[in-house]
Design a protein around this ligand. Structure first.
Ligand code: SAH
Length: 350
């Protein structure tokens, strides 16, 4: 079966040529896809073509399995069900400049970061381009609003699913598709260094967001196993290359864990490490008080200590902001909702 939502217009044209249909129908089909309308309802297509598509193609638009809306700020957490029954999460956040969807890139995650709920059960499989794009289409349809930006910060490691992520990026920025500007797209990675070099060679001016979380190899290796393969200096050298090729400011994620990486001397070390490796390259540090996941035992410190950490970085010439906690009353931390749901299904089966 052909995965229709993973196809670019020119690929749909090839499919149509095989069916003996005119090329202009590709644009019509791509437009229906963008709006999440299944084959049978593509009303400007001849019935015979709709039947042809139904026979030859599969429709991988995720369906809403569960939805939580924050009473505090309107943040919506979706649990989406995929065609094979697996579930992934997306989070719709509303900002003054528009709405941003945080999407998943894999079912589960193989990277093993110690504080993260998504990795607890390991990786199940890669998401297809259609399933990444489908989260955006399905959320926009359900919420009845346009999605202006995308962050790839949900379940999974995007650079571990490289080919599908690249195809997804081609689809999501296509002017005839959902058409989200690359400047409004961030890709977050735990630091798979060779793939950062590869991404820099592609033609997408997206923001690279790097999950750093510690300023020394010793501390980082304890919470992020990937650091044993690609240590901090190698990672920051790849970031410098990304900036040189794309001209895009690099964003760093730093999760504050009480008593572990949130002391004043940690801020000093972080500033020294970043400036030492990156010099004057424009960077931004996002500080996130760790979301407490019961299995991990990590605790977050106070808002005041996070603010003090940010100030200390700023005084040392590093732009830093404490990330607002959206959806604090729902299971908005990466992987929490899927995990709860999987456990529930297992209980029901046994
Ligand atoms: N695999 C990618 C993207 C998914 S995780 C990556 O590692 O960047 C998205 C972000 O959420 C990462 O910065 C990750 O380190 C962070 N994160 C994961 N669990 C968290 C938690 N419990 N509290 C705060 N941030 C968390």
């Amino acid at each position: 079966m052909i995965d229709l939502l993973s196809l670019l217009p020119e690929e749909i044209e090839t499919l149509l040529a095989e069916a003996g249909e005119p090329r202009y129908r590709a644009k019509q089909i791509f437009d229906w896809c963008r709006r999440g309308v299944p084959f049978s309802e593509m009303s400007n297509l001849p019935v015979s073509l709709r039947e042809y598509l139904t026979e030859r193609c599969e429709w991988r638009l995720p369906t809403v399995e569960e939805k939580q809306v924050s009473r505090l700020d309107g943040t919506v957490k979706y649990l989406f069900r995929l065609l094979d029954g697996n579930c992934v999460e997306s989070v719709l956040m509303h900002y003054a400049h528009g709405s941003t969807l945080c999407i998943s890139s894999e079912v589960g995650c193989p990277m093993g970061c110690k504080f993260c709920a998504s990795t607890i059960g390991g990786k199940v499989r890669n998401l297809l381009p259609s399933e990444m794009l489908g989260q955006i289409i399905a959320a926009a349809k359900d919420a009845g609003e346009r999605i202006d930006g995308v962050v790839m910060m949900g379940i999974g490691e995007p650079l571990d699913n490289y080919e599908n992520v690249i195809k997804f990026l081609k689809l999501v920025g296509h002017p005839d598709g959902v058409n989200i500007g690359y400047r409004h797209i961030s890709l977050s990675t735990c630091g798979i260094v060779p793939r950062i070099y590869d991404l820099a060679e592609e033609d997408f001016p997206i923001t690279l967001s790097v999950s750093l979380h510690a300023a020394t190899d010793e501390a980082r290796s304890q919470i992020m196993p990937i650091n044993k393969v690609y240590p901090i200096q190698a990672l920051l050298t790849a970031c410098a290359d990304y900036y040189a090729k794309t001209g895009r400011r690099i964003s760093f994620e730093y999760t504050l864990i009480a008593g572990q990486n949130d002391r004043p001397e940690d801020a000093d070390m972080l500033a020294r490490t970043l400036r030492g490796a990156l010099g004057k390259i424009p960077i931004h540090v996002n500080l996130i008080r760790v979301n407490e996941v019961k299995e991990t035992g990590f605790r977050h410190g106070s808002r005041e200590s996070a603010d003090a950490f940010a100030r200390r970085l700023s005084e040392r010439g590093i732009n830093a902001t404490v990330r607002r906690r959206l959806g604090a009353d729902i299971d908005a931390a990466c992987g929490q909702l899927r995990k709860k749901h999987t456990e529930q299904e297992k209980r029901e089966e046994s």
